[in-house]
Design a protein around this ligand. Sequence first.
Ligand SMILES: Cc1cc2nc3c(=O)[nH]c(=O)nc-3n(C[C@H](O)[C@H](O)[C@H](O)COP(=O)(O)OP(=O)(O)OC[C@H]3O[C@@H](n4cnc5c(N)ncnc54)[C@H](O)[C@@H]3O)c2cc1C
Length: 317
Amino acid sequence: MKVTDHIKNSDGETLFSFEIIPPVKGRSIQELYNNIDPLMEFEPPFVDVTTSREEYIYIDRDGLLDKKLTRMRPGTLGICASIKHKYDVDTVPHVLCGGFTKEETEYLLVDCHYLGIDNVMALRGDAMKEEKYFEPTRGGHQYASDLVKQIQSMNRGNYLHEVIETDNCANFCVGVAGYPEKHMEAPSLKSDLKRLKEKVELGADYVVTQMFFDNKKFFEFVEAAREMGITVPIIPGIKPIAVKRHLQLLPQVFRVDIPEDLVEAVELCKNNKEVRQVGVEWCIQQSKELKEAGVPVLHYYSMGKSDNIKAIAKEVF
Ligand SMILES: Cc1cc2nc3c(=O)[nH]c(=O)nc-3n(C[C@H](O)[C@H](O)[C@H](O)COP(=O)(O)OP(=O)(O)OC[C@H]3O[C@@H](n4cnc5c(N)ncnc54)[C@H](O)[C@@H]3O)c2cc1C
C-alpha cells in the first residue's frame, strides 16, 4: 500500500516508522531482524531501507595499491523484499541518482514492481568520498527531480526507450527529501524550497525531512513550504543522539544545528551510556511535541541499533 494511503487511512493519528541501513557485505540478515523485531510491536506501516552508493577501496597487491570500486552495503532491494515477506509491512527502497545509470534505475524499478513494492524514495545521493561536489554518474541523473520524472513516466508506461501499452503499469508512490535547515549546497532555504516544490510538481507524493533537533526549525519549514504551495504530507525524520562524537559528526555530515541545551546535557555525560539516555529523553520530548502538532508520521533514523528507538516509541505510541 502507498505511504500516502497509510496516512489517509490513519484518521489523523500519527504513525510510527523507521529507516534501516543494510548490513555491511557478508554480515547476516538475522542481525537486522534482531534489531527490527523489537520495533514491530509499534506496528510501523512502512519501513525505509537506505541505499549506499559505491566507493573506492585500495587493495594492497605486493606493495602496489589496486583501486577498486565497491558497494559496502549492497542488498537494499533484497532486504526490502525479505522484510515485506517476514513482517507483512510495506518497505520503501531508497533509489539514488549517484552510482546508477538511468537503465539500471529502470531495471531496479521493474524489480520493485514485480516484488509488489508500492513506494520508493527518490534521492540524488551525496558526492563520492573523494569528490567535493556531486558528479552525476555517466548515463545517470543529476538531480532527484530527474529521478522523480523517470519514475512517474514509468508509472504511465513510458519506459526509457519504449512506450509499453499495458494495464499492468507500476503505480509507485514517490517520496523525496526535504531539509528544514536547508540542503548543504543550496544557497538559501528559499531556493532549496523552490527545488523541493519542483520535485513535488514533477510527481513526488510526500516529503521526509532530514533530521533536526529543534522542532521550531521543522514547524517553520512546514509553514514556508505550505506558503509556497507545497501541499503533500511532510514527514519529520528524527534521530536520537547516541554517542558524544555525534556533537561534531552530525553537524559536519548533515549540516544540522544542535540546540545549546542538548549540547550541554551531552557534554555533562560521563560515558556514552549516559549520552544514549540523554538522546532518548530529548527525542521523546521532540516526538511528543511533533505528535501533538499532528504530524502524519514520526520517522526514526535507527542507524542499525533499535534499543533507543524502542525506548522512545514506548513513551510516544
Ligand atoms: C529522508 C532522507 C533519506 C536519505 N536517504 C539516503 C540514502 O538512502 N542514500 C544516500 O546516499 N543518501 C541519502 N540521503 C541523503 C541525500 O542523498 C543527500 O542529502 C543529497 O546530498 C541530496 O539528495 P536530494 O535527493 O535532496 O537531492 P536534490 O533534491 O537533487 O537536491 C540536491 C541539491 O541540488 C539543488 N537542486 C535541486 N534541483 C536543482 C536544479 N534543477 N538546479 C540547481 N540546483 C538544484 C538542491 O537545492 C540541493 O541543494 C537521504 C536524505 C534524506 C533527507
